[in-house]
Ligand binder design. Structure first.
Ligand code: FPP
Length: 256
C-alpha cells in the first residue's frame, strides 16, 4: 500500500473527537488590549467583551452545543486588579444578567455561576441567584460563568468539604468523592477549551475538568472573536483524535 494509503488508514483508526464538543470552555482574554489598541479605557474592552459573549452563546445554541463555561473573573484577578476595574466588572456582570433575561428565555439558557461567590458584592450575588432560579428549567444550553474562580481554590475547597481523611475509599471512589464537592458537581469534563488573546496557558481555569480537554489557542482578542473564529475552533476540534489514555491500534507512542 502506498504511504498515502497507510497514513489515511491510521487516521481513520483513531477515535474521532466527534462533530462538536459537548462542553465548550472559553478563557475570554484580550479585552484590555482591544481597548488599548483604540486608545479607550480598559473598561470599554470589557463592555465589548460582553457583546462577544452574547454572540458566542447564540452561536453555541445554533450549533446545538450542550454546555458552555466562560472564565469571567479569577480569584487572582479579584486580588490583583485595580478596585475601579473590579467594581466596573461586578456592575457589568450584574447588569448583563439583568439585561439578558429575555435572551436567556429565547435561547432557553440555563445559567449557573461557579467560584467563591460568597465573596462577591451583594448586588452581584443577588443578580446571580435570581438568574439561576429564573433559568433553572431552561433546556437549551447550560451556560456557566466562572466568577472569582480559581481551579486550585475549587479543589482545595472540595478537598476540605469531602473530608480529606476518609481512608476507607478506594481507587476511583476517591475521585468521585472529591468531584461531588466541586462547585457544580453536575458539570461534565470540558471537551474543548478555547483561549483567545494569544497566551497559551490555562491560568488556573477548570483544572479538574480540563484533564482531557482539547486545547485551542487563538491570537484573536476576545471582543473580536467572531462567527468565523468560532467555526474555525469547532472545525479544528472535529479533526482532533481523542484517546483518553488508551492507545489506538495503528499508532505507537503517545498515550494521552
Ligand atoms: C480578560 O481580559 C478578561 C477579563 C478579566 C474579564 C472577562 C469579562 C468579559 C469578557 C466581559 C464581561 C462578561 C460578562 C458576562 C458581562 P484582560 O482584561 O485580561 O485583557 P488583556 O490581557 O488584554 O489586558
Amino acid at each position: 500500500m502506498s504511504r498515502t494509503g497507510d497514513s489515511q488508514r491510521s487516521v481513520e483508526a483513531r477515535q474521532p473527537a466527534g462533530d462538536r464538543p459537548g462542553h465548550l470552555g472559553f478563557i475570554m482574554d484580550g479585552n484590555g488590549r482591544w481597548a488599548q489598541q483604540r486608545q479607550l479605557p480598559r473598561t470599554d474592552g470589557h463592555a465589548e467583551g460582553a457583546e462577544a459573549l452574547r454572540r458566542v452563546l447564540r452561536l453555541a445554541r445554533e450549533q446545538e452545543i450542550a454546555e458552555v463555561t466562560c472564565f469571567a473573573l479569577s480569584t487572582e484577578n479579584s486580588e490583583q486588579r485595580p478596585a475601579e476595574e473590579l467594581e466596573f466588572l461586578y456592575e457589568l456582570l450584574a447588569d448583563h444578567l439583568e439585561q439578558e433575561r429575555e435572551e436567556m428565555e429565547r435561547l432557553q439558557i440555563c445559567f449557573r455561576a461557579i467560584g467563591r461567590l460568597q465573596e462577591l458584592p451583594r448586588r452581584l450575588i443577588d443578580a446571580i441567584e435570581k438568574a439561576q432560579s429564573e433559568t433553572s428549567e431552561h433546556q437549551g444550553l447550560v451556560f456557566r460563568l466562572a466568577v472569582n474562580y480559581g481551579g486550585r481554590a475549587e479543589m482545595a475547597d472540595a478537598f476540605c468539604s469531602a473530608g480529606a481523611g476518609d481512608r476507607s475509599l478506594i481507587g476511583a471512589q476517591k475521585e468521585s468523592a472529591l468531584a461531588a464537592q466541586l462547585y457544580d458537581p453536575a458539570m461534565p469534563d470540558l471537551d474543548l477549551l478555547v483561549r483567545t488573546g494569544g497566551e497559551m496557558r490555562l491560568s488556573n481555569f477548570l483544572l479538574w475538568h480540563s484533564s482531557y480537554a482539547e486545547l485551542y489557542f487563538t491570537p484573536v482578542l476576545w471582543p473580536d472573536f467572531a462567527a468565523a473564529d468560532f467555526t474555525a475552533a469547532l472545525e479544528e476540534y472535529s479533526r482532533r483524535s481523542r484517546r483518553f489514555g488508551s492507545v489506538s491500534s495503528t499508532t505507537s507512542g503517545g498515550d494521552a
